[in-house]
Ligand binder design. Structure first.
Ligand code: BGC
Length: 424
């Protein structure tokens, strides 16, 4: 039996653009309209969660899930600069009340890669002066929802957003500029610090709140162990993509490529470490790829021991409780997801690090950004032609673990023992 540690909780995660649908005027809706999604699916449809939130909340409850991380759609809440939609804010309020009624604790994300088109047109996070717009949105949300939420993620994966949108040009606004990539990371750091302070300033007098930012961390290793260029590239990637960003966000300690553009005082700007972990990168000549090894359906290596290695690095910077705010895999047939979950949870249970939560990505199959609907990450299957949900085998396994507070030998036999990874 794999027994969970005292107080450890299993939850699930989603993000607004990836499940809600609704054709709001956002950077991602426009990107989909322009035909950039590989399978031609559209985030304006996704799983129609915005209309089906009640059904989804009931499903969470039925599955015994008591922790739910989700994000707000800024473009829905502030469709025009300075004009807030109280219908949208109220919708989220009702959703939160429903979750509360069902005994489900929210972890609320303010920014998960999508923003209003007016913000994009003003230059988005490339401009220092634009952080005020993000903060005004946060302030308005706190007024309407603050009493219902105790735990917040300010920004999801600033490194992934900056690199995909401004370095590789894969995501909107499809720019390829190192300078803009660095500017975006620095401006997002300012947004995080200021939002962290604001949330505490507004809510501390009423209750205890916790705030963090969700860091996307991966293991970087040289493709060839003794190749000096691969070794240097690895160090550079790790430093630029995650270590320095983590120091800047959590501690306001700035080293290249991060810069203290807002003269933020050094301090502690998080109440928990939030980690999104998926895979390991093999770094060659200033380029990354994957090692031979078990792969998911998008070709990402499955490397469970990495979850502890990355958590340790953040913990060495600041000794805080750790939440795994995302971990999951693209497994279209749900043929190895239970094993993937088990292997990562086993690493967590074997470690002495204070990992208190694990939010599986994703609750339901989601619109997977440029991949569209065809890359399935959910423990719940979504039939996109009818928008009906069916709990997958991995979802039943998940419920069972929550019920048993661990993995019993019987559950292991039923869900995990027969599964294996593929290698291509
Ligand atoms: C992101 C999610 C995404 C998941 C799987 C994370 O980097 O936060 O939005 O769906 O990875 O790719």
């Amino acid at each position: 039996m794999l027994r969970f540690k005292e107080g450890f909780r299993l939850g699930v995660a989603t993000a607004s653009t990836q499940i809600e649908g609704g054709f709001v005027d956002s950077n991602w809706t426009n990107f989909c309209d322009e035909g950039h999604i590989k399978d031609n699916s559209h985030c304006g449809i996704a799983t129609d969660h915005y209309n089906r939130y009640l059904e989804d909340a009931r499903l969470l409850k039925e599955m015994g899930i008591k922790d739910y991380r989700f994000s707000l759609e800024w473009a829905r809440i502030e469709p025009e600069l300075g004009q807030f939609s109280y219908a949208a804010l109220n919708h989220y309020r009702v959703e939160l009340l429903v979750l509360k009624e069902m005994g489900i604790k929210p972890l609320l994300t303010f920014y998960h890669f999508s923003h209003p088109m007016w913000f994009e047109e003003l230059g988005g996070f490339t401009k220092k002066e634009n952080s005020i717009y993000f903060l005004e949105y946060v302030a308005e949300v706190l007024k309407v929802l603050g009493d219902l939420v105790d735990e917040y993620v300010t920004i999801n994966e600033p490194n992934v957003y900056a690199v995909q949108s401004y370095f590789f040009g894969e995501w909107p606004p499809m720019k390829k500029s190192l300078k803009l990539t660095i500017d975006v990371m620095n401006n997002l750091a300012v947004c995080h610090h200021k939002a962290y302070e604001m949330i505490h300033r507004v809510l501390d007098k009423h209750k205890e709140v916790k705030v963090g930012y969700a860091h996307h961390v991966r293991i970087f290793e040289p493709l060839e162990k003794n190749n000096p260029v691969h070794i240097i590239s690895t160090k550079l990637f790790e430093k630029a993509f995650q270590l320095e960003l983590d120091k800047a966000f959590m501690l306001a300690e700035f080293n290249f490529p991060m810069k203290n553009i807002a003269k933020t005082k050094p301090g502690i700007y998080c109440d928990f470490i939030a980690i999104n972990y998926y895979t390991r990168s093999a770094v060659g000549n200033f380029k990354d790829t994957y090692f031979e090894g078990p792969k998911n359906d998008l070709g990402w290596e499955i490397y469970p021991e990495g979850i502890i290695e990355v958590a340790k690095k953040s913990y060495e910077l600041v000794a805080m409780p750790i939440y795994i705010t995302e971990n999951g895999t693209c497994d279209n047939q749900d043929s190895f997801r239970s094993k993937y979950i088990y292997d990562h949870l086993k690493e967590i249970m074997d470690s002495a690090l204070p990992i208190e939560r694990y939010y599986h990505w994703c609750f339901v199959d989601n619109f997977e950004w440029k991949e569209g609907n065809s890359a399935r990450f959910g423990i719940v299957f979504n039939d996109y032609s009818t928008q009906t949900r069916t709990i997958k085998e991995s979802g039943h396994f998940y419920s069972q673990m929550i019920k048993d507070n661990g993995v019993t030998d019987a559950a292991y036999e039923q869900y995990v023992a027969h599964q294996s990874y593929h290698y291509d």
